[in-house]
Ligand binder design. Structure first.
Ligand SMILES: C[S@@+](CC[C@H](N)C(=O)[O-])C[C@H]1O[C@@H](n2cnc3c(N)ncnc32)[C@H](O)[C@@H]1O
Length: 200
């Protein structure tokens, strides 16, 4: 069932599905990304166009910025029912920053659907995890590269957050391994490393 009139993507990067997948191409799509200039330069260099209206913004301090005004100037309507998508990006903010951002959007726009992925705190905080050493190495490499992973989430807390604070009542959660197993013969990534959430 369709529950939205427009889409807002947080941290869109070079995700092209909004120009490709028929379910999404019929909607107006807006996006916020820190790297708006670089993303547009890559599209220009590749002689590609996107229908997505991308505005520059830091998801850490949306409330203190004029990002919403810039989205509105591009045609975004805060009153229209909106599907917010945050994929591959909650990792770069702390859990409290992610929740602050979602609460700000909840207050200022009309969110009727949300989809996103989240790093599982249980894996990252498990001192006895069988792959602890590798996980620590990956975190160190990411930190050194300037792309530190900071957002680790507890499944239950996040579910409560969407229920109680965001008033989204139907929540579907799936572990990465479950999705991977349905697509490929073997699961390569730690099965419970990331979970996907969709709420409406
Ligand atoms: C790993 S990419 C994911 C891109 C896309 N969502 C996808 O799934 O392919 C993360 C994106 O989030 C953006 N990003 C990271 N931190 C951000 C922040 N604080 N504010 C806005 N965008 C941010 C990056 O510029 C990058 O484009």
């Amino acid at each position: 069932m369709e529950t939205y009139e427009q889409i807002l993507v947080l941290g869109i990067g070079l995700d092209t599905k909004f120009d490709e997948i028929s379910l999404l191409t019929t909607h107006k799509v807006y996006a916020i990304d820190l790297e708006e200039t670089a993303i547009k330069a890559i599209y220009a260099e590749a002689h590609l166009e996107t229908k997505v209206k991308i505005v520059r913004g830091n998801l850490v301090d949306l409330e203190e910025s004029s990002v919403l005004d810039r989205l509105i100037a591009e045609g975004f309507d805060p009153n229209k029912s909106t599907f917010v998508i945050w994929e591959g990006g909650t990792f770069y903010l702390s859990a409290s920053e992610v929740m602050k951002t979602l609460l700000y959007l909840k207050r200022t726009i009309n969110i009727t659907r949300f989809a996103g992925d989240f790093l599982n705190a249980n894996v990252f905080h498990d001192k006895n995890h069988e792959l602890k050493e590798m996980i620590e190495q990956v975190l160190t490499i990411l930190k050194r590269s300037g792309n530190e992973w900071k957002g680790f989430f507890d499944e239950r807390e996040l579910k409560e957050f969407f229920f109680e604070k965001c008033s989204l009542k139907k929540i579907e959660m799936r572990m990465h391994g479950e999705v991977e197993a349905s697509l490929y013969k073997e699961v390569v990534v730690i099965p419970d490393l990331i979970f996907f959430i969709e709420c409406f």
